[in-house]
Design a protein around this ligand. Structure first.
Ligand code: SDX
Length: 432
């Protein structure tokens, strides 16, 4: 889709009128293109956390925080979550179009043929402590893949070699994630079974044991498929921006994705799904007094925040949370699970959304608020929840990284406003 660059903004600065081009996106979003501002005026702009700053132009994901809209390549997530497979959405996000039946079958077959990881990678697990956090293992495993495939480190690699790296990542991340899971529960690794679907294969590698037959539960597979689709991309969030800026130095894709995994780990970002369950369990153990915890979340002197509430962009509702909340009800009902944590979550949501502090600040449940309850119902340990988020977000990270290269975006290098000491002379040690 074309962007329009036919309008001009004018600012008065030091007695001069500065003309700034206005860019209009395909959804009529407006931006001031300040790429020449410093050269023209010596001024930079300051926007801590980049809340009002666009880092790039992108055609992958459109979201409208006020209207609660989220689309991948123009398709609403509500339709994709209900009707598509995760690999179908992965293909869409990477290539810009839904695959034909033949394209999807070929893509699935190519992924199937790269699910094994190098046998030597199993030895890494011998060195980790028993309680190593899965995200710390996963981030190092992914960057280590660049050492097993050194051709991936060549910025001038062929398109074919680049596409092979993408397929290796998509195929091997579930295998590595399952190995991380097996390491966490101290069970033997299970090899992939390529006659299973992408989700079912992951379930097999996580939950099967060498001593017995295992058939993936279709209800759980359907729920996981939906969850991964809902996490597949989210435009320039913290981890996607990390992947882009690391890749902008021509660091290889494995290193860039590993950096994204590390950024996602933070409890303010993807680590929130683990933090939500830990918070709900803490509230439950404390007797379930929601008013007490809501008051703590509102108290500026108290570091406690309602994990799973609020968002940098969504100031009404996170459309993903709406879908996941319903999926939560469905899967717990279908599995016959009565999880008191879900009851606490629903009560907490209701109390918070009636409270002026939350309503006035546009603090609604986000994607992480309910997802952990489903992961727990499926039997995934709490510390693995953010690994599940990474599994879903991988296609988005790769597509953002590829778009940055395809668009010829420059190396990321923000400026600053210096607030330190002015020039001063060195003082000899014996005179200080
Ligand atoms: C993800 O960016 C993405 O797209 C991320 C993500 C993705 O798909 O990649 O959607 C995934 O990261 C979802 C967010 C998961 N994080 C959490 O659930 C952690 C809890 N949420 C907060 O820490 C917070 O809401 C953030 C980090 C998500 C957003 O932080 P902001 O942008 O700084 O919040 P804000 O500016 O909107 O806050 C406005 C006010 C502030 O109070 P005042 O200074 O106005 O008095 O709301 C307060 C904040 O203190 N506030 C909260 C709160 N979140 C914001 N108060 C209590 N509990 C909270 N959770």
């Amino acid at each position: 889709m074309e962007t329009k660059m036919d309008e001009i903004a004018r600012i008065e600065l030091d007695g001069k009128t500065i003309e700034i081009p206005i860019i209009t996106g395909s959804e009529n979003e407006k931006a001031l293109d300040i790429s020449k501002l410093r050269a023209q005026t010596g001024y930079i702009t300051l926007d801590r956390g980049f809340k009002n700053t666009g880092s790039c132009m992108s055609a992958i994901t459109f979201l409208d925080g006020e209207k609660g809209i989220l689309r991948y390549r123009g398709y609403p997530i509500e339709q994709l979550a209900e009707q598509a497979s995760f690999l179908e959405v992965t293909y869409l996000i990477l290539n810009g179009e839904l695959p034909t039946k033949a394209e999807l079958e070929s893509f699935e077959s190519e992924i199937d043929h790269h699910t094994l990881v190098h046998e030597d990678m199993k030895r890494f697990f011998e060195a980790y402590p028993a309680k190593a956090h899965p995200m710390g293992i996963l981030a190092s495993m992914i960057v280590s893949m660049s050492t097993f495939y050194p051709e991936s480190q060549d910025p001038n690699r062929s398109q074919e070699a680049f596409q092979l790296t993408i397929k290796r990542l998509i195929a091997k991340l579930p295998t590595l994630a399952a190995m991380v899971y097996k390491n966490a529960v101290r069970h033997p690794f299970m090899y992939p079974k390529n006659d299973l679907g992408y989700i079912e294969n992951f379930m097999h590698m996580c939950f099967a044991m060498p001593t017995e037959d295992y058939t993936p539960n279709p209800v759980i597979a359907k729920a996981l498929n939906k969850l991964l689709i809902l996490h597949a991309d989210h435009e320039q969030n913290c981890s996607a921006s990390t992947v882009r800026i690391v890749g902008s130095s021509q660091a290889n894709l494995y290193a860039s994705i590993s950096a994204g995994i590390s950024a996602l780990w933070g409890p303010l970002h993807g680590g929130a799904n683990q933090a939500v369950i830990e918070m709900l369990e803490m509230i439950q153990e404390d007797g379930g007094d929601l008013d007490k915890w809501i008051a703590k979340a509102k108290d500026k002197e108290d570091p406690f925040r309602l994990m799973g509430f609020g968002h940098r962009v969504y100031k009404n509702f996170d459309p993903r949370a709406t879908i996941i909340k319903k999926a939560c009800d469905d899967i717990l009902d279908q599995l016959g699970i009565d999880d008191p944590t879900l009851d606490i979550a629903k009560r907490l949501e209701q109390v918070a959304l009636e409270d002026e502090y939350f309503k006035s600040r546009g603090l609604y449940p986000n994607v992480d608020f309910y997802s952990g309850i489903i992961y727990r119902a499926i039997g995934i340990p709490t510390e693995m929840f953010t690994v599940m988020f990474a599994l879903g977000r991988l296609p988005g990270w790769i597509a953002q990284w590829k778009e940055m290269l395809d668009n010829g975006d420059p190396i990321g290098r923000p400026r600053q406003v210096y607030t330190g000491e002015n020039a001063r002379d060195f003082v000899d040690l014996d005179k200080r």
